[in-house]
Design a protein around this ligand. Structure first.
Ligand code: MLT
Length: 328
């Protein structure tokens, strides 16, 4: 029987799955100070989402008992993968479980941007009938640039094609055949994607390479006019990770009118500090990192991560181990 810390919550069915297998599940957030003081040395496994950060210092304080780290979700930027591998600890995630939910949220944000849905709603709550100020544009006939072209971006691309959008992508790791099969133009340089697309959605990982990949210079390249001749303005959506967009540059572009709208589900600092000017800009709307927050995704994430963690605890190798290349 293993003792498993679940620090950022997990679907009840997944907890039951672990308990039915005879494991003890401790469902409780552990403060960073307690983690640094070695709180994990009492556990065989820990399952986190994005709130718990597992730094090298914390992993090094975890002692010999910890056998596996589970990330209930996709992004592993809150876990020091090298430090985990140095300690001989596999990190496993649930990469496919939330794909559909993030696709749907991205499309929702895109449509909300172009038809001013959040702004119109804010006005109605103040008894305003701002019909003339809410003239929008269609997705039809516009170029959508997808930065990163993994499962989520491909799903977004397929739906956007049904709306009549042309899909462009920048993904330095993508075999050109995949882009071709998806009827998508693959750009070798991210700058040409910005030059070509009035609508951009982010779907890459956050790392040193992608830090502030969306910056003032690149936003300035966006054409503001679509290939069908409509002055549709420029629009950016990010449901991937904070830090890929330079938020100061995003706000400046909204203020100057270079960008007509922006919608973020993820931020450089989460939770977003009170009084954040970007969040208050009338042409911005946001959601508090809810890409995977659906009943369906959380049920899948919980089941997938519980199974992966139990595979490692049973001495096996989970298919979704993300630091296997680093383990000695
Ligand atoms: C993920 O990486 O799975 C999502 O961003 C959801 C989350 O972090 O909670």
């Amino acid at each position: 029987m293993a003792r498993i810390a679940v620090t950022d919550g997990m679907a009840q069915d997944a907890v039951a799955l672990l308990e039915q297998a005879g494991h003890e599940v401790v469902l409780d957030f552990i403060e960073p100070d307690a983690l640094l003081a070695g709180a994990l040395s009492d556990f065989d496994a820990i399952i986190v989402r994005s709130a718990t950060k597992l730094s090298r210092e914390i992993i090094e304080q975890s002692g010999d008992r910890l056998k596996v780290i589970g990330r209930a979700g996709v992004g592993v930027d809150n876990i020091d993968l090298v430090a985990a591998a140095d300690a001989g600890i596999p990190v496993v995630n649930a990469p496919r479980a939330s794909t559909q939910s993030v696709i749907e949220l991205t499309i929702g944000h895109l449509l909300a941007c172009l038809r001013h849905i959040p702004r119109a709603d804010r006005g109605m709550r103040q008894d305003k009938w701002e019909k003339k100020a809410m003239k929008g544009t269609e997705l039809f006939g516009k170029n959508l640039g997808l930065i990163g072209f993994g499962r989520i971006a491909q799903g977004v691309g397929s739906i956007a094609q049904l709306f009549g959008m042309e899909i462009h992508t920048y993904d330095p790791y993508l075999p050109s055949k995949v882009a071709k099969d998806q009827n998508t133009t693959l750009h070798k340089k991210v700058d040409t994607l910005f030059q070509t697309c009035t609508h951009i959605s982010i779907h890459c990982n956050y790392n040193d390479e992608t830090h502030h990949l969306v910056n003032a210079e690149r936003i300035a390249l966006m054409p503001g006019k679509s290939f069908d001749g409509i002055a549709c303005g420029n629009h950016i959506v990010n449901c991937a990770r904070g830090g890929i967009i330079d938020e100061k540059a995003l706000l400046a572009a909204l203020e100057s009118g270079e960008l007509s709208s922006a919608a973020l589900d993820v931020f450089e600092q989460e939770p977003v500090p009170a009084g954040n000017k970007l969040v208050q800009h009338p042409h911005f709307h946001g959601t508090p990192h809810i890409g995977a927050a659906t009943l369906e995704a959380q049920a899948r994430v919980g089941r997938d991560i519980a199974l992966a963690v139990m595979t490692v605890l049973d001495g096996g190798q989970a298919e979704t181990t993300v630091n296997s290349h680093l383990l000695k």
